[in-house]
Design a binder for this molecule. Structure first.
Ligand SMILES: Cc1ncc(COP(=O)(O)O)c(C=O)c1O
Length: 434
């Protein structure tokens, strides 16, 4: 074990023994080296004569860059060309934490860590998975999940996703099924890792406030029994809450809930600010030990990032930092929110008509980018291919019964035609099956 890793592990053990027990083997081994980045950061402060540390180029006291590149940016060169600080631009990190507090009143003044910038949420999932999951470990998720979790957690890391049925027959979240799985896993392993994604991909569901409280309570109760709990919150679609759901992340209630519980929030500008290609996301920790723990965890995150991708895109961090400070952001975002909400409600209005109700059932949805049809008697993949080939309509088959529709990508005045074609295609296949 590298002595720097040992030092971080000792800090974590001292601040939060349960978190120490949650770290994977790699999570224990990883550290942020006193290598080029460390030495260059030190030189930045002290090398007043010459700084010949880092592998970038300087000209006229600024970053060397090509004139042709400059044409395409109207940001200062220093905000584009150099490597970003390893944990992200400090002002951006502060601003993101402030935004998080404002939008999650249940966070109050709880001590959450300064978010570390990742190359968006997929990368954040990977970093957290590497730090906390060993091959063979189980991570609990609703059975409605983003398919890429399988690639990240199972294929790459060798962990196993255990699912519970997300919905009960009353059209709400099946908290009982969640509790059963959490309790069983706690008993079996003494350690429980959970990933909850709301607004959910693929269904577009976010729990009601009551359900959210109940879900949180399940994890807190489990932690109180002595089980070490890792609660990962994939808040990719945060803010897009159209109806009766909670308007907060579960991270708020869990972030200082119990010493045995580490809450991790993954979020970013990709979905929330419609900046998918920016690849700017964040990892934030919540634990009652606060700063005594966060410093060491942050170093481990930085080490994982350094090992995997070295550094996150700087230009897009600068843009996100600027838009967060822009007085027009709120109104601009509100406009897009209303467009997305209009589409979601329109989809519901269409599917709730008797002509549709008889044919197409759907899972509850109230938020996000998507909704998901629950097909009866027609294979989702067969319908997807049929819709594509006969009508030029693209959808996603999630499994044999579920067809995901991204209403986020369809104008409101085209939803009528889209669902008419889906219904038609469905009925054609259903007839064939008879
Ligand atoms: C639930 C969920 N998490 C994470 C991601 C990845 O987001 P990003 O583009 O920020 O990596 C997606 C994207 O589809 C998603 O649906």
């Amino acid at each position: 074990m590298n002595p720097l890793a040992t030092e971080l592990n000792q800090q974590i053990e001292k601040a939060a023994p349960a978190v120490s027990g949650l770290l994977s083997d790699l999570g224990q081994r990883i550290y942020f080296p006193k290598g080029i980045l460390f030495q260059s950061a030190q030189a930045k402060e002290k090398a007043h004569k010459f700084n010949a540390t880092i592998g970038t180029a300087i000209e006229n006291n600024g970053p060397m860059h090509l004139k042709v590149t400059e044409r395409y940016f109207n940001l200062p060169p220093a905000e584009v060309y150099p490597y970003a600080p390893p944990a992200g631009r400090p002002k951006l990190r502060e601003a993101w934490r402030e935004k998080m507090r404002k939008q999650n009143p249940s966070l109050g003044k709880k001590p959450v860590s300064l978010p570390v910038v990742t190359s968006a949420i997929t990368h954040g999932l990977s970093v957290v998975g590497q730090m906390f999951l060993n091959p063979g470990d189980v991570i609990i998720s609703p059975d409605k999940l983003w398919g890429n979790y399988r690639l990240t957690f199972e294929t790459v890391l060798g962990a196993k996703i255990a699912t519970f049925g997300m919905f009960n027959d009353k059209g709400g979240m099946d908290v009982g099924a969640f509790k059963k799985l959490v309790t069983a896993e706690g008993k079996r392993a003494g350690k429980v890792a959970v990933i909850l994604n709301f607004p959910n991909n693929p269904t577009g569901y976010t729990p009601t406030q009551k359900e959210a409280d109940q879900l949180g309570k399940v994890l807190i109760e489990e932690a109180k029994k002595g089980t070490k709990v890792l609660s990962i919150h994939d808040d990719s679609y945060f803010g897009l809450f159209y109806e009766d759901s909670t308007k907060e992340s579960l991270f708020g209630q869990l972030s200082d809930a119990h010493p045995n519980l580490l809450a991790v929030k993954l979020d970013g500008a990709t979905k929330e600010y419609y900046a998918w290609g920016f690849r700017t996301g964040f990892i934030t920790f919540g634990h009652p030990a606060g700063e005594a723990l966060y410093g060491a965890l942050e170093k481990k995150v930085m080490g994982t990032i350094r090992a995997m991708i070295s550094n996150c895109n700087h230009a897009s961090q600068s843009v996100v930092e600027h838009i967060l400070a822009d007085a027009e952001l709120a109104a601009d975002w509100e406009r897009t929110f209303e467009v997305m909400k209009g589409r979601a409600l329109k989809v519901k209005e269409i599917l709730d008509r008797p002509a549709y109700q008889k044919v197409l059932a759907y899972y509850p949805f109230n938020s996000g980018y998507f909704m998901c049809l629950k097909l009866d008697g027609v294979d989702a993949e067969a319908l997807r291919v049929h819709l594509l080939e006969k009508y030029g309509v693209g959808t996603i088959s999630v499994n044999a019964t579920d067809l995901r529709v991204a209403f986020s990508s369809i104008e409101e005045n085209q939803l009528e035609e889209l669902f008419e074609l889906i219904k038609k295609g469905f009925l054609e296949l259903k007839k064939e099956a008879k």
